[in-house]
Design a protein around this ligand. Structure first.
Ligand SMILES: Nc1ncnc2c1ncn2[C@@H]1O[C@H](COP(=O)(O)OP(=O)(O)OP(=O)(O)O)[C@@H](O)[C@H]1O
Ligand SMILES: [Mg+2]
Length: 255
C-alpha cells in the first residue's frame, strides 16, 4: 500500500526504565511540509527525533519511511535512506574551519556511496557539495574561519549546513534557534523558509513566532503523548493546547 505520507509512526513507544518518554505516538510527515513539534520541557520531543533518526531503538511500535519499516535501523542506515538530523546541542568540530566541518559531513555521506572511490574526483565532489551548502546557508564569507571563532548563531547555522551536506530528503532539526538572539532567530527562520521549497522538515522549536510563521502542521506533545496534531491554524486556535501552555505558564508565574 502506498501512503501519502513520507514518514509514519504507529504506536511508537520508548521507555527509560519506568519512564515512558514517548508513549504510543502516531505521527506522520507529508512530503514537502514543515511539521513542527511543540511541547513543554521533557515532553519527549527530542526522544521522538532520536527514534526517527535511529539514534535509539523504540521499545514498541513502528516507523515507516517511504512505506519501508525503519525501526531498529542505525543512524548510518537512516542517513543513507535520506534522513538527516541536527542535535539540540551544537556538535561541530571547533578547531576545524567552517568549510572543513561541511566537507567532513559531505564525506561521511559520499563515503557511504563511493566507499572504494578515493580519487581526486571524489575530493572535488565533496568540496563542491560543502561549498554549495555554505552558499545556501549564507556562510561562504566564513568558509576559512575556525568554527570556534564564529558567533553562536553562525555555529547553529553551520550545523544546519552540515545536515544539508549529507544530502537528506527529510531533515529533523532539534531546536535550531535555541539560545539565539532576535536577529539570528529571524535569519534562521528565513533560511528554513527557503529550505522548505526543497526539503521536508520536522522542526522542534520553542520560539512560537517562528513556529507559527514556518509550520504547515504542528504536533503538540505532552508527557510523551500527542495532545493534538493538525494544521497550524487549528493548533493556534486549540483550547486544549492553550490550556497546557497557559496552565504551565500560570503555574510557573505563581510558583
Ligand atoms: N537517555 C535517557 N535516559 C533516561 N531518560 C531519558 C533519556 N533521554 C530522555 N530521557 C527522559 O525522557 C523524557 C523526555 O525527554 P526529551 O529530551 O525527549 O524531552 P524534550 O521534549 O526534548 O524536552 P526539552 O524541551 O527540554 O528538550 C524526560 O523526562 C527525559 O529526562
Ligand atoms: Mg529536547
Amino acid at each position: 500500500m502506498h501512503s501519502e505520507a513520507m514518514l509514519v509512526t504507529r504506536g511508537l513507544t520508548r521507555r527509560f526504565g519506568g519512564l515512558v518518554a514517548v508513549n504510543a505516538v502516531d505521527f506522520d510527515v507529508k512530503p514537502g511540509e514543515i511539521h513542527a513539534i511543540l511541547g513543554p520541557n521533557g515532553a519527549g520531543k527530542s526522544t521522538l527525533i532520536n527514534l526517527l533518526s535511529g539514534e535509539i531503538p523504540p521499545s514498541e511500535g513502528e516507523i515507516l519511511f517511504r512505506d519501508q519499516p525503519i525501526q531498529g535501523k542505525s543512524v548510518r542506515q537512516t542517513a543513507r535512506l535520506g534522513i538527516g538530523r541536527s542535535h539540540q546541542k551544537t556538535n561541530i568540530f571547533p578547531r576545524l574551519t567552517c568549510l572543513q566541518n561541511c566537507q567532513l559531513a559531505a564525506r561521511v555521506h559520499m563515503g557511504g556511496i563511493f566507499a572504494s572511490w578515493r580519487s581526486r574526483a571524489h575530493a572535488r565532489m565533496v568540496d563542491e557539495r560543502a561549498r554549495e551548502v555554505l552558499e545556501t546557508c549564507h556562510l561562504m564569507a566564513r568558509a576559512d574561519t575556525p568554527a570556534a571563532d564564529m558567533s553562536y548563531g553562525e555555529q547553529r547555522q553551520l550545523q544546519i549546513a552540515m545536515v544539508l551536506a549529507t544530502a537528506p530528503s527529510l531533515m529533523l532539526l532539534d531546536e535550531p534557534m535555541a539560545g539565539m538572539g532576535h536577529e539570528e532567530t529571524a535569519q534562521v527562520t528565513t533560511l528554513l523558509e527557503r529550505l522548505s521549497d526543497r526539503y521536508t522538515l520536522v522542526l522542534i522549536e520553542h520560539d512560537m513566532d517562528s513556529v507559527f510563521r514556518l509550520a504547515d502542521r504542528i504536533t503538540v506533545m505532552v508527557d510523551g503523548c500527542v495532545l493534538e496534531s493538525g494544521p497550524t491554524e487549528q493548533i493556534r486556535r486549540s483550547e486544549k493546547v492553550r490550556d497546557v501552555y497557559l496552565g504551565r505558564h500560570h503555574e510557573e508565574a505563581t510558583a
